[in-house]
Design a protein around this ligand. Structure first.
Ligand code: URP
Ligand code: ZN
Ligand code: ZN
Ligand code: ZN
Length: 467
């Protein structure tokens, strides 16, 4: 073991799972970082003094990195209900130790000011966070603002091709932002649904009296997503810029991105847990409004086709798209999806739901699970290997995971600032038991033992040429 810092903690007896390797190793931690992976039973250099955790039978996973997490997010007339402390507390209970939030400017607000304001909230977190900026309109200050944001470690910038009048950007703005970020080592991360198709479809649905939450799937068709993805890929390809598509909900959209990647475009797909697990049958259920999100949940065959791309390698990352509205907010205007809040709570359930469904249920390799949920999200945000890996020098953010634990999801036992979960009653296999944030145990045996806000903003370095 190299390094002069004393070992403060050893995690013994587990199987370490990184994105590219898994095997038996003891993990030596010095203060906030991983010092070494050592052969099982290796004594602590210098003798006693280090705490030990017996993790026999468990997996040591790098703490999850959630690349898509809205904290206290205002959209339309609604603001989601959590703050950094609440969101990160729920995150660590779910094995996630880094969240990536969004600084969406309010009307008239400078993107750089929105980013600074949001970045300052990181200290209230129980774990660390990174940040996506956001550009809605281009003006002659935008390039300088992007340079300022990039210098402050905000290198990924969210853009939308929908939500007209709020956060939607036009193609010219998207192109300019892509070019500017390309030269700053940054990347546009984009929500693609062609707004003209969505809005025409919504108008038609409304005229037919089918605009309530139960009709959500019909109001935002798959075509709107694929049309927009194709347009944005063309812009990225023409200017030679990288681009990351958030919450892709169909295999067709994923395949457009994969085809572009094969042509040499640095284009990436994010899937989110709810599109990989839930289908549109819930819109015919008792509480369709609780499942209203954009893009909407898709038919079962589409969910399975999307899920297959976890295995083909075409999906780059898995996020949560966490948005913490409660049932009262979802209910209030459930008769019209155009004015009700979109988004589902999920920062706490992302890892367990995906592990159970795909690792336990469909044989996804644990290494690939880690790649999708921790390593690649960290790479896509320029924070790897500080985050997303259990390697010497990485932050000692670790989830000790019981792969065989069987449990039932109950909203009342979760920690998100809402009163429901889209997975209520679902039986899962696998969950985190003990979670470390920068070398400190914050959750031990399922109990929060250190909720002290010590979060840091993790600045993004240049986005790598390949994930
Ligand atoms: O329904 C969603 N996804 N709400 C959050 C905002 C967004 O589009 O990501
Ligand atoms: Zn979105
Ligand atoms: Zn209801
Ligand atoms: Zn989102």
């Amino acid at each position: 073991m190299s390094g002069t810092e004393p070992v403060t903690l050893v995690v013994r007896g587990a199987t370490v799972v990184n994105a590219d390797w898994q095997g038996r190793a003891d993990v030596f931690v010095s203060g906030e970082t991983v010092a070494a992976l050592a052969a099982p039973g290796t004594p602590v250099p210098g003798g006693a003094g280090a705490a030990e955790i017996d993790a026999s039978g468990l997996l040591v996973l790098p703490g999850g990195v959630d690349p898509h997490c809205h904290v206290g997010f205002t959209s339309g007339d609604y603001t989601s209900l959590d703050d950094y402390r609440q969101c990160t507390t729920a995150a660590v209970f779910g094995g996630t130790t880094t969240i990536v939030d969004f600084a969406i400017p309010r009307p008239g607000e400078r993107p750089a000011d929105a980013a600074r304001k949001q970045r300052d909230k990181a200290a209230r977190g129980v774990c660390d966070s990174a940040l996506h900026g956001c550009v809605v309109e281009w003006d002659d200050t935008t390039a300088d603002q992007l340079a300022e944001m990039s210098a402050a470690g905000v290198r990924t910038v969210k853009m939308f091709t929908t939500y007209r009048g709020e956060s939607m950007a036009d193609e010219d703005t998207i192109l300019r932002t892509m070019k500017t970020l390309r030269d700053l080592g940054g990347m546009v991360v984009i929500h693609c649904e062609a707004d003209h198709i969505v809005s025409d479809t919504q108008t038609r649905c409304a005229a037919e009296g089918r605009i309530g939450a139960g009709h959500m799937a019909a109001t935002r068709p798959e075509l709107a997503e694929t049309a927009s993805v194709a347009e944005i890929l063309a812009i990225a390809e023409s200017v030679g810029a990288p681009v990351y598509f958030v919450h892709q909900s169909t295999a067709e959209a994923v395949e457009l991105v994969a085809a572009a990647r094969r042509r040499g475009v640095r284009a990436y797909t994010e899937a989110v847990a709810h599109h990989l697990v839930l289908d549109d049958s819930v819109y015919a259920g008792e509480h369709p409004e609780r499942f209203v999100c954009c893009p909407p949940l898709r038919p079962r065959a589409a969910v399975e086709a999307l899920g297959r791309h976890l295995f083909t390698g075409e999906v780059s990352t898995i996020g949560s798209d966490h948005c913490c509205y409660d049932t009262a907010q979802k209910e209030e205007r459930h008769h019209d999806v155009r004015v009700m809040p979109n988004g589902l709570p999920g920062v706490e359930t992302r890892l367990p739901v995906v592990f159970s469904e795909y690792v336990v249920g469909h044989g996804l390799e644990p290494t690939r699970f880690v790649e999708l949920t921790a390593a690649n999200p960290a790479r896509a945000n320029g924070i790897y290997p500080r985050k997303g890996a259990v390697l010497p020098g990485s932050d000692a953010d670790i989830a000790l995971w019981d792969p065989g634990a069987r449990w039932r999801v109950r909203a009342e036992e979760l920690h998100m600032a809402t009163d429901y979960t889209p997975y209520e009653g679902r039986e899962l296999t696998g969950r985190p038991v003990t979670v470390l944030v920068r070398g400190r145990v914050v959750v031990r045996d399922g109990v929060l033992v250190d909720g002290t806000p010590r979060g840091r903003h993790v600045p993004s370095g240049p986005i790598p040429a390949r994930l």
